[in-house]
Design a protein around this ligand. Structure first.
Ligand SMILES: [Zn+2]
Ligand SMILES: [Zn+2]
Length: 192
């Protein structure tokens, strides 16, 4: 399996590439989509799927361009405002599995920052979007946010194995990734 975290754009965003058996899924193509294509080409991976943790601009700005260039299917929760007649949108919900080569990516619904926010779990890695950052959490004061749902979602994540690696949607912390165990110890919002 190939996995890469790439920091792109003007807001410390992380995009991710998950590759296996010549196929790739790109997660949150907010910025500089050409760099994502280049990174996949370098590994001989064809972009088949685009996964969104949520629909905010900084995570999806380059979605249309990337989909047009690759003809990839877009996977997003139905409660997110991502619509297009021109592209193949697949709505995901809690417990769904998205396949990339032999890798199975599990969808975990984590509403709160947005109504249809999800995390993606595979190979002991958790892509947390704007739900959980290293040492912090996403904003809950935006239109569509819900603080109570956010707390429930964080509780849900805190029940995952301590050694699962946390890969956030922004580089806002002291390091680019952590673990569930680290967050439970060091993130005030993950202490229950
Ligand atoms: Zn967001
Ligand atoms: Zn964001």
């Amino acid at each position: 399996m190939f996995f890469k975290q790439i920091k792109l754009g003007l807001m410390e965003n992380f995009s991710y590439i998950i590759g296996d058996s010549g196929e790739a899924a790109v997660v949150d193509p907010g910025w500089e989509y050409k760099k994502l294509i280049e990174a996949c080409e370098k590994e001989n991976l064809k972009i088949k799927k685009i996964l969104l943790t949520h629909g905010h601009y900084d995570h999806s700005k380059d979605l249309t361009k990337l989909a047009a260039r690759t003809d990839a299917e877009i996977y997003v929760h139905k409660s997110e405002d991502v619509k297009s007649k021109d592209f193949k949108i697949r709505h995901v919900e809690d417990g769904d599995e998205i396949t990339v080569g032999k890798v199975k990516i599990k969808v975990i619904e984590t509403p709160g920052h947005t109504a249809g926010g999800v995390c993606f779990l595979f190979d002991s890695k958790l892509l947390t979007g704007d739900t959980l950052f290293v040492g912090a959490i996403g904003r809950v004061d935006l239109p569509g946010s819900n603080e109570e749902e956010m707390m429930n979602s964080l509780k849900k994540l805190s029940k995952l194995e301590d050694d699962i690696e946390v890969y956030p949607g922004h580089d806002y912390g002291s390091m680019p990734k952590s673990t569930i165990g680290y967050e439970k110890e060091n993130n005030q919002f993950m202490r229950f």
